[in-house]
Design a protein around this ligand. Structure first.
Ligand code: ADE
Length: 252
């Protein structure tokens, strides 16, 4: 999968490209991240990328010309799917990331300053926001989007199970995990995880997922399509039953 990022701060992405899963995905040839400095496409002597607002108003806007010229250069070979980062865009979430992971060429325009000349929207497929807050520029948003999409590309994350159990992948939050030691500063790893009973462990994990989601993100539960077993767990949790009561009653 190929990403093109149009930005006035290409150096912002260097750490990202050279670290962890992303750098390995690039090395393996699964991902290519082409950061394009919009300034390289400015035509005047001072390489200007911004200008004042028609009709008056504070601040500066990114000019259309350098962005269009950069886009033309990229789209000449193959038209990419084009996103622009905007605080009022479509909210980025796991479903959106999954959709984007299907594309083979994605171009992200990083907004800046007070905004971007409106005519740039004529080449944009979707406006995307990473949340209801204002960033000083679109670069952190582009980075978040690329990170979430890259890990969905087949072969990028080593153990494909870890994608399957990710929070949100089944509409629920994840379950808690522990490593050694079994007791740390008086805090004990739940006995069930040390029982070797995989059926019980899976049930406990499901219970924790539903409990966590109910406590922290009840809105997700309304949208999740629960299996009959999950529905039974949810009702038990709502009634205040403990996991031990539940498994005792269900004779697991
Ligand atoms: N640009 C400024 N704020 C943003 C946000 N929350 N998401 C995406 N792009 C932005």
């Amino acid at each position: 999968m190929r990403f093109h990022v149009l930005t006035i701060f290409p150096e912002f992405f260097e750490g990202f490209k050279n670290t962890g899963i992303v750098s390995r995905a690039i090395e393996k040839g699964l991902v290519d991240i082409n950061t394009v400095n919009i300034r390289d496409y400015a035509t005047d002597r001072h390489r200007t990328v911004d200008d004042v607002v028609y009709g008056g108003g504070p601040g500066m806007l990114l000019k259309p010309e350098p962005i269009f010229r950069a886009y033309d250069d990229i789209a000449r070979d193959k038209k990419p799917y084009v996103l622009i980062t905007e605080p009022w865009g479509r909210r980025f979430d796991q479903k959106f990331a999954t959709e984007l992971a299907q594309k083979d060429e994605l171009l992200i325009i990083c907004g800046r300053y007070e905004g971007v000349d409106e005519r740039v929207k004529s080449i944009v497929d979707e406006e995307v926001s990473i949340g209801d807050f204002i960033l000083s520029g679109g670069e952190p948003a582009a980075l978040v989007i690329m990170d979430a999409v890259i890990r969905l590309i087949p072969g990028v994350v080593g153990d494909s199970d870890s994608l399957r159990v990710d929070s949100f992948s089944d509409g629920l939050l994840g379950y808690p995990n522990y490593t050694r030691p079994a007791v740390f500063r008086g805090m004990e790893v739940p006995q069930v995880l040390r029982s070797g009973n995989h059926r019980l462990i899976n049930l406990w994990r499901k219970w924790k997922q539903i409990e966590n989601t109910l406590k922290k993100r009840p809105d997700l539960l309304e949208k999740a399509r629960l299996s009959p077993e999950e529905e039974k767990i949810l009702q038990a949790i709502k009634k205040g039953e403990s996991f031990e009561d539940f498994t005792g009653n269900n004779r697991v």
